[in-house]
Design a protein around this ligand. Structure first.
Ligand code: ATP
Ligand code: MG
Length: 254
């Protein structure tokens, strides 16, 4: 039972925090994951805590790209498993994407907890758990470059919510098209991914699921047209301007 009253002005944000704390208590989330959430929250505040038009635009392109992919894979870490496990499984079914557990702070016990959470939420096959299937990405130091040879290693499109900059870069260097959710438009992940959804994963994932449903009725040519004109750098810069405009407005009121 939550102790947060629904009438609390920051209730939504506190509920998300509570999910992560529960996730930490259940062994899903790393201590560092709690801190990463805090960094995200600060940016969410500045963005106005809603899915803005730039995020919606990136989501549409991400949906089209996922439907065009030959072998899409969704990378799951502790924070994602704690925040939106049901939605991640739904997205993977909707787009025929594989699920791979891939942790920045690798830990077998935590991996098992994440796998069991995903299974409880309807996942059937989960990659990244069999050491015999591990492969190495080049360009980053040892523990963090391990991926599944049947998953991320062979994927053409990889979804990496809340990822670290070095790993995003390694995935791009390996020729992957990288889709990320990251509230910080300035992070290295945001700046190096192919499609950056600057929004809270807990909100954006629902919009992405709806969008993949909608776009699944379109043909390849129409999907390619959606992807063609997208410029991630431009979209990121518009997200930064959105923050600036929010701050300017707040500064005037004060
Ligand atoms: P980078 O390594 O990409 O430069 P960083 O080192 O600043 O980023 P990390 O801890 O590596 O940050 O990655 C976590 C990222 O996830 C942060 O940029 C943070 O803003 C973002 N983040 C945290 N919680 C959420 C959330 N719920 N939804 C979307 N993004 C989030
Ligand atoms: Mg980092």
């Amino acid at each position: 039972m939550s102790l947060i009253p629904k009438s609390h002005p920051r209730a939504k944000s506190l509920f998300i925090r509570e999910k992560l704390v529960h996730g930490f208590d259940k062994g899903l989330v790393a201590k560092e994951g709690l801190l990463a959430q805090g960094r995200g929250e600060a940016f969410d505040y500045l963005l106005g805590e809603k899915t803005g038009k730039n995020a919606k635009n990136a989501i549409k392109v991400a949906a089209a790209q996922l439907l065009l992919a030959k072998m899409p894979v969704i990378s799951v870490n502790g924070n994602v498993a704690a925040l939106c496990p049901k939605e991640i499984v739904k997205l993977s079914k909707q787009t025929k994407a594989k699920l791979e557990v891939n942790l920045f702070y690798t830990n077998e016990k935590r991996k098992k907890a994440i796998v069991s959470t995903l299974k409880k939420n309807g996942a059937s096959e989960i990659l990244g758990i069999n050491p015999r299937d591990s492969a190495k990405l080049s360009g980053i130091d040892s523990a963090r470059r391990i991926v599944d040879k049947n998953g991320i290693f062979s994927a053409d499109v990889v979804v990496v919510p809340l990822e670290d900059g070095d790993r995003t870069m390694a995935l791009r260097n390996a020729g992957k098209l990288v889709i990320t959710f990251d509230l910080n438009p300035l992070s290295r992940t945001s700046q190096t991914a192919s499609i950056t959804i600057v929004d809270n994963v807990t909100r954006a994932i629902h919009v992405l699921i709806d969008e993949t449903k909608k776009l699944s009725r379109k043909n390849k040519k129409e999907l390619k047209n959606i992807v063609k004109n997208f410029d991630n750098k431009k979209n990121l810069s518009e997200n930064i301007i959105q923050i600036k405009d929010n701050l300017t407005r707040r500064a005037k009121i004060a």
